[in-house]
Write a protein that binds this ligand. Structure first.
Ligand code: NAD
Ligand code: WQD
Length: 335
């Protein structure tokens, strides 16, 4: 069995996926340009899995580097995480988002074709369901994008569909993640946002650590149980395991497969704050603020297809997600 090339493997979801792949007897090669990650994560991963892991520092848009990687390693498949992911930033610098996300995918697919490696798992996002109000969201829900980041995901999904239509020997899995949170049980890897966190859970953790005074709750007048936004938070280790199942599946079937990776449970902003308080034993002050532009009331997955076809089922509940998030962030902030 060849190795799996992990683009963006030192980032948040990539690093957790590498741990799950090694737990399941896979070996990997990493490429990452360190744009949003630290080189020390490579060493930490080697410590966690207790193996040497090949790491190439560089950009997925560098075709010569990709050729070198395919020549030097026996690669049987690719999991493509590398990309930029901040919705707000994508509205300010859309060209960087289109260049990084779409161009990198094209260069990667061309190199894969050249070396006849036709198995790829792609990190898509529930953002491709746009403003769709019909929850739980099934994979067949209408697709739309409301910002440049979302459009990059939608376009890449389209590119993969066109590629498969042109040559059905490709084996492609598109995974649409809901809201990944938490960290590996070791507390050694997790997400380290730069600057002010955009996402709810890292923001709550910074309030817990005393770095920010209170959580800004973006609106309490949505049509949800307590008026605050509802989302499908999924433990990053559960999400990571979904990639192992997707790679396993692609080794058995040719095809283009699309799966939601979520728990199917929706939690409100206030539920999440409460769960974090319980997990950390700290009080989390919050203030109700205006709605954040572009947000929707509720987004959660119908996880049935991933369960039926991959056997995917999330193990961790909301409190464990918060405990693990806090274990990691406490380790960074309170030394
Ligand atoms: P991340 O920023 O932690 O990881 C991405 C990694 O890719 C980083 O280590 C970064 O340095 C690297 N990278 C970026 N551009 C690169 C390039 N051109 N060449 C080489 N390396 C590059 O992000 P993440 O949260 O782990 O997300 C991984 C993927 O999942 C992304 O494609 C993201 O859009 C998608 N996704 C994330 C979420 C989420 O909430 N975290 C939700 C849905 C989808
Ligand atoms: C969750 C809820 C906010 C911050 C985003 C991207 C999505 C995906 C995951 C990549 C919402 C509320 C938030 C805060 C708050 N990323 N909130 N105060 O918006 O569901 O998804 O990240 O693909 O594409 O759009 O996640 O964590 O930002 O927000 O009240 O300080 O928390 O309004 O209801 P979101 P989030």
């Amino acid at each position: 069995m060849g190795k799996i090339l992990i683009t963006g493997g030192l980032g948040y979801i990539g690093s957790h996926t590498i741990v799950e792949l090694y737990n399941n007897k896979y070996e990997v090669v990493i490429i990452d340009n360190l744009y949003n990650s630290k080189e020390e994560v490579h060493k930490t991963l080697e410590t966690i899995v207790n193996k040497k892991i090949s790491f190439y520092k560089g950009d997925v848009r560098d075709k010569e580097l990709l050729r070198k990687i395919f020549k030097e390693n026996n690669i049987s498949g690719v999991i493509h995480f590398a990309g930029l992911k901040a919705v707000g930033e994508s509205c300010e610098i859309p060209l960087e988002y289109y260049n990084n996300n779409i161009y990198s995918t094209l260069v990667l697919l061309e190199a894969m074709k050249e070396y006849n490696v036709k198995r790829i798992v792609f990190s898509s996002s529930a953002t491709v369901y746009g403003l769709c109000k019909e929850v739980p969201l099934k994979e067949t829900a209408p697709l739309d994008a409301t910002n440049p980041y979302g459009r990059t995901k939608l376009y890449i999904e389209g590119i993969l569909k066109d590629l498969y239509a042109s040559d059905n020997s490709w084996e492609i899995a598109i995974l649409r993640y809901f809201n990944p949170v938490g960290a590996h049980k070791s507390g050694l890897i997790g997400e380290r946002p730069n600057g002010i966190p955009n996402n709810l859970v890292p923001y709550i953790a910074e309030v817990a650590a005393g770095i920010r005074p209170y959580v800004r709750v973006f609106g309490n007048d949505y049509d949800t149980k307590d008026g605050t936004g509802v989302r499908d938070y999924i433990h990053v280790s559960d999400l990571a395991y979904g990639h192992v199942l997707a790679i396993d599946k692609l080794s058995k079937v040719h095809g283009l497969l699309i799966y939601n990776l979520g728990t199917g449970n929706g939690y409100s902003v206030l539920d999440v704050i409460k769960a974090f308080e319980k997990a950390s034993n700290l009080e989390i002050p919050y203030k109700i603020c205006d709605r954040r532009p572009g947000d929707i009331a509720a987004s959660y997955a119908d996880p049935t297809k991933a369960y039926n076809e991959l056997g995917f089922k999330a193990k961790y509940g909301i409190e464990e997600m918060m405990e693990d998030q806090w274990r990691f962030q406490e380790h960074i902030y309170i030394k």
